[in-house]
Design a binder for this molecule. Structure first.
Ligand code: F6P
Length: 341
């Protein structure tokens, strides 16, 4: 059996650990051969491949990024995309595919499965917003990076008696914000799931200054203020209703300064959350996902993807990844609010 492997979408710490586990177990236990497709779906679309064997995966476990490269190429939007992939899989004598990616990548895998391609999926996103799995690898790394940033910002906030705002990733879900905010002792956490009242944020800022040194606010990039509070002359909204141009963190800092008179600064963590070495948890989860993905190939579980349920790795239909987004439940947000102000 010859198995093709690809990684699609935004990169994520732990991708290399999955690739290594798939290849190691596939070669050792099942005697499979592997071929790597470069840059997500662009690889099979254009026939761009690279060798993938035990030697190729040596030493990659702790490395961030992906040795296969990644892209957001979507063959569904390309003329004859699905047919071209099928032709190239035939040309390279690929019997089965392991597709590692998020909603978009797994959506393409679902379509290919409907066209009789033998495919197994591995879910990936630092945002942890895929409903089919309790956790995705990459999330723990992002949370740890954000938590370390918050820890560091506390002392400088205290020294200058400033409001320090940390903008973290999460366009549609506030998982990174809520986990890192709670772990880092933030005084306010703002997430996309609940539109926030900037007046209430300012009240929390004032109350924090009365009892302590200075507040730390964690805001997810997709957090949205209440209607009517958000747009000023130089700020417009993107297609999702998010503040663009300056970003929500900068907008919030200027509003807080205007409304409370306290100095405010924003740190946008951005792609730092996605780069570099994965945490031990993410390496462990990614490795288990890789093992179970190649077991699923061996069992002929086409059109399915691996998922973490409790402490078990199971397989679920690929469509489960794209069916609905997993968002922060209101009860968890209420729990975090006990620490606000
Ligand atoms: O989905 C992962 C993610 O890192 C989001 O948190 C973020 O909004 C987005 O990707 C950034 O995408 P890009 O790297 O293409 O700018």
């Amino acid at each position: 059996m010859r198995v093709g492997v690809l990684t699609g979408g935004g990169d994520c710490p732990g991708l290399n650990a999955v690739i290594r586990a798939v290849v190691r177990k596939g070669v050792q236990d099942y005697g499979y051969e592997f071929i790597g497709f470069r840059d997500g779906w662009r690889g099979p679309l254009e026939g761009d491949t690279m060798p993938l064997d035990i030697k190729a995966v040596r030493g990659i476990l702790p490395r961030g990024g992906t040795i296969l490269g990644s892209s957001r190429t979507n063959p569904i939007k390309v003329d004859r995309g699905i047919e071209r992939i099928r032709e190239n899989l035939g040309k390279f004598e690929v019997d089965a595919l392991v597709a590692i990616g998020g909603e978009d990548t797994l959506g393409v895998a679902t379509r290919l499965h409907e066209h009789d391609v033998k495919v197994v999926g591995v879910p990936k996103t630092i945002d942890n917003d895929l409903n089919a799995t309790d956790y995705t690898f990459g999330f723990d790394t992002a949370v740890n990076i954000a938590t370390e940033a918050i820890d560091r910002l506390h002392t400088t906030a205290e020294s200058h008696r400033r409001v320090l705002i940390v903008e973290v990733m999460g366009r549609h879900a506030g998982w990174i914000a809520i986990h890192s905010g709670m772990a880092g002792g933030a005084n306010v956490i703002l997430i996309p799931e609940q539109n926030f009242d900037v007046e209430e944020v300012c009240a929390w800022v004032d109350s924090r200054f009365r009892t302590n040194y200075a507040p730390i606010i964690v805001v997810a990039e997709g957090a949205i203020p209440l209607a009517g509070q958000m747009v000023t002359k130089d700020q417009t909204l993107d297609a999702f209703g998010h503040v663009k141009l300056s970003g929500i963190g900068d907008w919030l800092a200027s509003e807080i300064e205007k409304r409370t008179g306290h100095e405010a600064r924003t740190t946008v963590l951005g792609h730092v959350q996605r780069g570099g070495t994965p945490t031990a948890f993410d390496r462990w989860l990614a490795t288990r996902f890789g093992f179970h993905a190649i077991d699923a190939v061996n069992a002929g579980e086409w059109g399915r993807m691996v998922a973490l349920r409790g402490t078990d790795v199971v397989t679920v239909p690929l469509e489960a990844a794209t069916r609905e987004l997993k968002t922060v439940p209101p009860a968890l947000y209420e729990e975090a609010k006990v620490l606000f102000g």
